[in-house]
Design a binder for this molecule. Structure first.
Ligand SMILES: Cc1cc2nc3c(=O)[nH]c(=O)nc-3n(C[C@H](O)[C@H](O)[C@H](O)COP(=O)(O)OP(=O)(O)OC[C@H]3O[C@@H](n4cnc5c(N)ncnc54)[C@H](O)[C@@H]3O)c2cc1C
Length: 621
């Protein structure tokens, strides 16, 4: 509420009265960033400890993203992610940049992606070659395919880039490293010589962000601009890497890899909430057709409409409770690794586990959000397509989150690899977070012996059915993926082909099913911390999200022999409909509870009093 009051009290943040073109939107977002930075919200953050500061910045990011995703992204890329990377990957010599960026003297961007390669970062071709005679790195773009592109803030405004390039020293390539690279004069914003830099042009959304491209032509930066926590060039001009403190290196890697994805998960929860708040409020008052007595009905009365929307209300709650708890655990892990509270083995298990959970959760949550927004748009009919409904903007601004910070499909492969590796870890490690989330894999044999014998609704609308069925599903998918890999191994030695042919219907589904089961586990624990009256409703949401998610895997439950009777499918589908009907009287209150104020939602269809507001920009001829 404090963040939102800043936006409400300063006219620079007011929604524009007349539609703007994309250039004007970029200019406005740039101006908003300055007022935001000096609004007082960030006073004193340098005195906070890591945990407090991270939670504080995460909360600000969530609130800002709900109001204006352009502003939150501009701020994240330009200031918070940059300063975070300096602390994680840099050393004391980089601290002046830290204070300059928070003081509004410079603005950054994060330049990784190249025209020809995005997901496959190992093939990035931009080089930073060390010249010992001048103690500088010479940065080069070997060809157009290596031009950095899509980089937010680079198009017009940033003064510095956090650049990832192949470090070359004494003729050898030492892999990707981070460098601080001056791009524009901070006073004039005129780019420096030996750079070709510009804006990539119109996008489908996020018009307030100046995504840019850049090519380097023998561009020199001082040696000290290398972020040198994990590797450096010594006084003799030789590359050396410091492995005397591997926990810290791994901890730093975890921080910089996962923080952005955790933030995306947090933002997605709020975007699902915004979508369902608009569509459910609208459904409660929009009338179409009549019943047999001729009484016109609100569309929320239609079973199809409930089935389309209510599972996303359940998803909003389930995912929110997971993300809140998991973010907290994630921060604790980083703190423990930074403080050296874990040994090397524990740190490496924790880093790989947290990374794997973040990868599949980011994918599942962003896809769920994308679908929730689209379903909500359609559920509001033609009016849902009007700009004033805000669902179109929400969709277009949200959309790239399934791609940036790691393409979802590629991220799922990393979770699959981890889950398969986990089948062979030492038993003792299963009591160690985050392996606790898959402790049940130890009992895989017994779990795979489970069969469904239920014949009544209570046999599926219950926690034990949902959790035990998910355990079976994850164990079965692990087994099925391993079996496919074993078959492929008998046919060929090529690791690439084996990996490539074990994804569809196997590893990919495994990673998603694991993410769903994990979210459900956290949500159930959360329901049990609430008082009875609240838990009664929240558990209905748990059952609905659980059955709705399980139903997507119904074919596998039969294929793997979990059931051979039609009652499994009949009871799950019946359970979903019964839960939708039971939740109908609660659903408006449920969306009200997760709704931001009208000023933030800003939708003509979703105001808190249920009244559609016709304050649209209508073109009068
Ligand atoms: C709005 C926006 C903002 C961005 N901001 C930045 C930024 O600030 N800085 C920056 O560096 N980058 C930025 N990016 C770029 C983004 O990080 C990349 O787009 C992303 O990493 C994916 O890379 P790519 O576009 O090269 O896709 P590709 O890697 O070419 O992927 C294309 C498709 O191929 C599939 N695919 C790829 N490999 C495999 C595989 N092994 N198996 C199966 N399928 C595969 C993917 O799933 C995907 O669907 C931004 C992108 C967008 C859209």
């Amino acid at each position: 509420m404090r963040v939102w009051s800043v936006f409400q009290s300063d006219p620079i943040f007011s929604p524009p009265k007349i539609p703007m073109n994309t250039e004007e939107e970029k200019r406005l977002t740039a101006k908003q960033l300055v007022n935001f930075l000096f609004s007082g919200l960030f006073d004193g953050i340098h005195d906070m400890c890591y945990r407090e500061k991270t939670l504080y910045l995460m909360a600000i990011n969530e609130a800002t993203e709900m109001f204006n995703p352009n502003l939150s992204i501009k701020f994240a890329l330009g200031i918070s992610l940059f300063s975070n990377a300096l602390l994680c990957l840099g050393t004391e010599r980089h601290l002046p940049y830290y204070y300059d960026v928070w003081g509004g003297k410079i603005l950054s961007c994060l330049a990784i992606t190249e025209l020809a390669h995005g997901s496959d970062t190992k093939r990035l071709k931009t080089t930073a070659t060390y010249d010992h005679s001048t103690q500088e790195f010479i940065i080069n773009t070997p060809g157009i395919e290596a031009a950095k592109c899509w980089v937010g803030n680079l198009g017009k405004q940033c003064t510095h880039a956090l650049l990832f390039a192949q470090l070359v020293c004494s003729g050898s390539c030492h892999g990707l490293h981070g460098f601080i690279v001056p791009i524009r004069d901070p006073k004039t914003l005129i780019p420096y010589e030996n750079l070709t830099v510009g804006d990539i042009g119109e996008k489908s959304g996020l018009h307030g962000i100046d995504n840019g491209y850049i090519m380097f032509h023998n561009y020199r930066i001082p040696k000290k601009n290398l972020l040198n926590k994990t590797g450096d060039v010594n006084d003799d001009g030789e590359y050396e890497t410091e492995f005397s403190d591997p926990q810290r290196i791994l901890g730093a890697a975890l921080e910089s890899l996962s923080a952005g994805r955790v933030a995306i998960m947090q933002e997605s929860c709020n975007s699902i909430s915004k979508a369902v708040v608009i569509s459910v409020r609208y459904a409660a008052q929009r009338c179409q057709f009549s019943d047999s007595n001729g009484i016109e009905l609100p569309i929320i009365e239609y079973q199809t409409h409930q089935w389309r929307l209510f599972p996303y209300v359940a998803a909003a709650y389930a995912i929110k409770s997971f993300v809140q708890k998991f973010s907290d655990q994630y921060i604790s892990c980083v703190v423990q690794s930074q403080d050296g509270q874990m040994d090397v083995d524990q740190t490496s298990l924790m880093v790989s586990g947290v990374h794997a959970i973040v990868c599949c959760s980011k994918s599942l949550i962003t896809w769920t959000c994308r679908d929730a927004i689209q379903e909500s748009r359609e559920a509001c009919g033609g009016h849902g397509f009007h700009k004033a409904a805000r669902l179109g903007d929400l969709r277009n601004n949200f959309d790239p989150r399934v791609t940036f910070e790691g393409d979802n499909t590629v991220l799922l492969q990393q979770t699959m690899n981890w889950l398969l590796r986990c089948t062979s870890v030492n038993e003792d490690y299963y009591s160690f977070f985050p392996l606790t989330c898959i402790k049940y894999l130890q009992n895989s044999k017994q779990i795979l012996g489970r069969r469904f014998n239920g014949n009544r609704l209570e046999h599926v609308i219950c926690h034990s059915f949902i959790s035990q069925t998910y355990e079976w599903l994850v164990c079965w998918l692990v087994k099925a993926t391993c079996e496919r890999i074993d078959v492929l191994k008998t046919q060929e030695d090529d690791k690439f082909k084996i990996r490539n042919f074990s994804q569809v219907f196997r590893g990919r589904t495994l990673a998603l099913a694991f993410a769903e089961s994990n979210i459900l586990m956290y949500f159930w624990d959360h329901c049990n911390t609430c008082d009875d009256e609240l838990a009664f409703v929240l558990k209905k949401l748990y059952y609905l999200y659980g059955l709705w998610s399980l139903y997507k895997h119904i074919a596998l439950l039969y294929q793997g022999g979990f059931s051979s009777s039609s009652s499994l499918s009949e009871l799950i589908s019946e359970g979903i409909l019964v839960l939708c009907s039971e939740l109908k009287p609660e659903v408006v209150s449920l969306v009200d509870a997760i709704a931001p104020p009208d000023f933030i939602l800003d939708s003509a269809l979703g105001a808190s009093d249920g009244k559609v507001r016709y304050k649209w920009h209508v073109h009068v001829q």
